[in-house]
Design a binder for this molecule. Structure first.
Ligand SMILES: [Zn+2]
Length: 450
């Protein structure tokens, strides 16, 4: 087997080809939701399957979800006897481009500028996909451990893979799972994401009248449902923007800190606007705290607005839950809190609630050790540990099905990658470092089992 220094060269030489493959994938607008071409999604599925076969995966096939979701692509490479199995994950579908006039170069015409490759999916998550191809190519299709790969086709909307895994768990059985759909705060800083927040979502409805009434005739003594709803919403944060829900306390954070300037820029926060929540540091708020947002509202639109008292108003509310806390409990306490906040004895109804628990990675096994060492060697720097404020339902399903499996989350999606926004990009050298990390990881994992 080749030694590590050789692998630096091998990976470096694979990069031009890897970037070309990435450009080919970016050119296909594989947006897996209504209103976009399903043909393009299938084209990306096809190309993914072809590329998996080319790099040496066997039994490559489409997995068709029962609920009408888009196909995932699956493949495997049996390992030498007694070697562990690693499951690689990425997704080939992408977010819609959003307003195209905000893109400097067209979203589906991959363009290189200043060391970054621009285009929808350049980072999220076609970078993960090509990183997996290159990793296998570095071993000429014969990696030192057993491999499985699943490339999802509808991660961005209504992910169907978690339910598929529940129905066919054996296909996904592995000792280590690599989810290459993440990244560092700054390029060149090796990073492992070891926790994800959970979430709870619900719709709250406030009603004050049976029907809309004239606001000139009745306005004054008669409460408006929208104003009542606003009272509830306005009391969920204090003046400084800290979330205050009785019974819900944030968890503690011990990983890396996130620099404020980088964070403000990535969030596209306007220069004059404050960050909110003054009780805890930024990283603790983001990765171990509660956050609460209104993500939708049902109200008469301005166009067609009439002189009426609003009879009913609804808000969809999303709460992010610290990784180690129970999302169901958070939801119950939030519902309870609403009942204490509703003003003027307005009628309150809560509907359509659901939760997703957070995730905490195991950090004491051979997979995590090998991953940590591989990152350190590929980046020539000490890896840092971060969290993610968002959930990945896949991690929960995999850890329920395979409690012993270790899950590693990394990738080339640094904070400046603008995933989901205009001008999404990947840093080409960061992508090379991630490929090298994965190659070194497989070698180290094999050595631990030799
Ligand atoms: Zn993604």
């Amino acid at each position: 087997m080749a030694t590590s220094p050789d692998m630096h060269q091998v990976v470096h030489q694979l990069m031009p080809k890897t970037i070309n493959t990435l450009k080919q994938l970016i050119s296909i607008p594989s947006i897996a939701t209504e209103g976009y071409s399903n043909q393009k999604v299938l084209e990306a599925a096809h190309l993914t399957a072809e590329l998996l076969q080319t790099v040496g995966f066997q039994n490559v096939r489409q997995l068709i979800p029962a609920n009408g979701g888009r196909p995932a692509i699956y493949g495997e490479i049996p390992g030498p006897p007694d070697m562990p199995t690693v499951l690689l994950y990425a997704h080939y579908d992408v977010q819609p481009p959003g307003p195209t006039e905000e893109w400097i170069s067209p979203p589906f015409e991959p363009t290189e500028r200043d060391g970054r490759l621009y285009g929808r999916g350049a980072a999220d998550d076609k970078s993960g996909l090509v990183a997996h191809f290159a990793t296998i190519q570095a071993f000429d299709g014969k990696p030192p451990v057993g491999m499985k790969i699943v490339v999802e086709g509808d991660e961005e909307f209504d992910s169907s893979l978690p339910s598929y895994i529940q129905l066919h768990p054996n296909l996904f059985k592995a000792d280590v799972v690599i989810i290459a759909d993440h990244g560092s705060i700054r390029v060149g800083e090796p990073t492992l994401t070891t926790s994800l927040r959970g979430s709870a979502v619900l719709t709250v409805e406030v009603r004050t009248l049976k029907d809309k009434q004239h606001n000139g005739v009745f306005g004054g003594p008669v409460p408006d449902a929208f104003i009542a709803l606003c009272h509830i919403i306005a009391n969920l944060h204090d003046k400084e923007g800290n979330v205050h829900i009785p019974g819900l306390e944030p968890s503690t954070w011990q990983g890396a800190d996130i620099p404020e300037e980088i964070f403000r820029h990535a969030a596209t926060l306007l220069p004059t606007v404050d960050l909110i929540g003054n009780e805890r540091p930024l990283s603790a708020q983001l990765w171990a705290g509660y956050s609460l947002n209104v993500i939708g509202i049902d109200m008469p639109a301005i166009e067609g607005a009439s002189n009426s008292l609003i009879d009913v108003a609804r808000a969809r509310i999303n709460v992010r839950v610290p990784p180690d806390q129970d999302a169901e409990r958070a939801l119950a306490l939030l519902k309870q809190h609403f009942t204490t906040l509703v003003p003027w004895h307005a009628a309150l109804t809560i509907t359509d609630s659901h939760t997703c628990d957070g995730f905490i990675a195991k950090t004491d096994g051979p997979g995590y050790q090998a991953g940590h060492q591989a990152l350190k060697e590929a980046y020539h720097a000490e890896p840092q540990v971060i969290g993610d404020g968002a959930s990945i339902p896949l991690t929960n399903v995999l850890s329920q099905q395979f409690p012993k499996a270790e899950i590693l989350i990394w990738g080339a999606e640094d904070l400046a990658a603008s995933i989901h926004g205009p001008n999404e990009s990947v840093d080409v050298r960061e992508l090379e470092r991630i490929v090298l990390t994965q190659v070194l990881f497989l070698q180290k994992l094999a050595q631990k089992n030799a």
